[in-house]
Every structure is written in structure tokens, then in C-alpha cells.
Design a binder for this molecule. Sequence first.
Ligand SMILES: C[S@@+](CC[C@H](N)C(=O)[O-])C[C@H]1O[C@@H](n2cnc3c(N)ncnc32)[C@H](O)[C@@H]1O
Length: 208
Amino acid sequence: MKGQFDGLTKEQQLEIKMKRVVRLINSLMDGNRDPILRKIYDEFGPRIFRRCSAPADFAEKLFREKMRGKGFKTAVEIGCLNGITAAVMSQYVDVVHTFDIIDWKDKYKIWKFLGVEKKIRFHLIKNELEKYDIINGLDFDIAYVDGNHVNCTWSDYLVTRKCGRIFLHEATHESSQPWELAEALPEKEITKWQFGPKVCSLVYWDNK
Ligand SMILES: C[S@@+](CC[C@H](N)C(=O)[O-])C[C@H]1O[C@@H](n2cnc3c(N)ncnc32)[C@H](O)[C@@H]1O
């Protein structure tokens, strides 16, 4: 698969990275953001937010809009990484089950620092079938599909759709799986957020 830095000089790569940090800092200065993002930034710095959807895509605002005060008990997240979005979601439910194929270590420090570690269950999965087996046995109100966007979006959707409410990340362009899936679902059940032509967008499906 083509990497985003392929063919770029070191200087060009550095410039892109610097712009990202500036964008992150500017976005965190917005007083309407979830305060836990600023707390994480102050303690861990910008690097921890790499590939995290909560700050860059304003996802945390959208989670707040769709989850706060709804009486949801359980959420599922596929693709945990540093656990930042799991921490955001844990504010609106009793428990978040979050899945990953890699046991990234920073999430434990972040969850402890925020005091949310008891509300989050991390599942390190060996393969797709193990993930689906565990999720099949769970009862949950809402899901966030943010794992392997190239191969697994459709199957992650199939296994989580019983809850009736799913956020899909990285519906960035027409050939991406999340985009294809969003196009295939009934239009009236879909909300799309696009934050710019090159900025990842989030889709919310709700058939409840
Ligand atoms: C974009 S990051 C997730 C970011 C996280 N949801 C957040 O917003 O903070 C994608 C993560 O999915 C994990 N991943 C990749 N393939 C996966 C799969 N098949 N099932 C579950 N997780 C997967 C990667 O290891 C990586 O940590």
C-alpha cells in the first residue's frame, strides 16, 4: 500500500508533521473541546495523538453529541491504539470494550492518569475470528469502527451492527471501505462529517 510520505523529501515530511502539530494545538485551544484532551496533551505532549481520531477530526464532539445523556451502558471500539478515544467514550457509558491486534503500552498510562482504567476492558486479539467471537458475546449500545480500514470495515460492521449505532472512521475517499459501506447503507440512517478534502471524515449510522 502507498504510504503518505512516499516520494517526499525529509524536509517535506517534517513540514507536514509540523503542520499537524500546529493544527492539533490550535484545535485544543478551542474552549469547546473535551477537557480531557488538553489534560492528555499537557501530560504526554503531541506525539501521543498520532493517528488518534478524537482531536483531529473533532470526533470527541460528535461522540458527545450522540452519546452523552443517552443512557448507554456499553460501547465497543475496534482499533484502540493509545486508548484516547476509548477514554473519551468511557465518559458516557459504564464500560468500553476496545480491541486491537497490538498491545500499545501508552494507553495504560493514559487511562490511569485520567482515572478511567476501571471502565475500559482491553482485548488483545490474535485474529479476526477471535475478535468476532468476543464481540458476538457482548451486549452493547454503540460501536466505533476504527481498526483496519483497508480490509476489515465490512466485517467489523457486520459483527457490530446488532447494536444499531456505529461510528465509522476514515471514510476519506470514494474507494475506501468505510466510504463504500456508508454509500451502501440507507441514506436516512447516515450522518456524514467531512472536515476538509484531505481530513479524515466520520460517518455515523443509526437505525434505532
Ligand atoms: C487509527 S488507529 C485507532 C485510533 C483510536 N481509535 C483512537 O481514535 O484513538 C488504528 C488501530 O487499529 C489497530 N488495528 C489494525 N488492524 C486491526 C484489526 N484487524 N482489528 C482491530 N484493530 C486493528 C491498529 O493496531 C491501530 O492501533
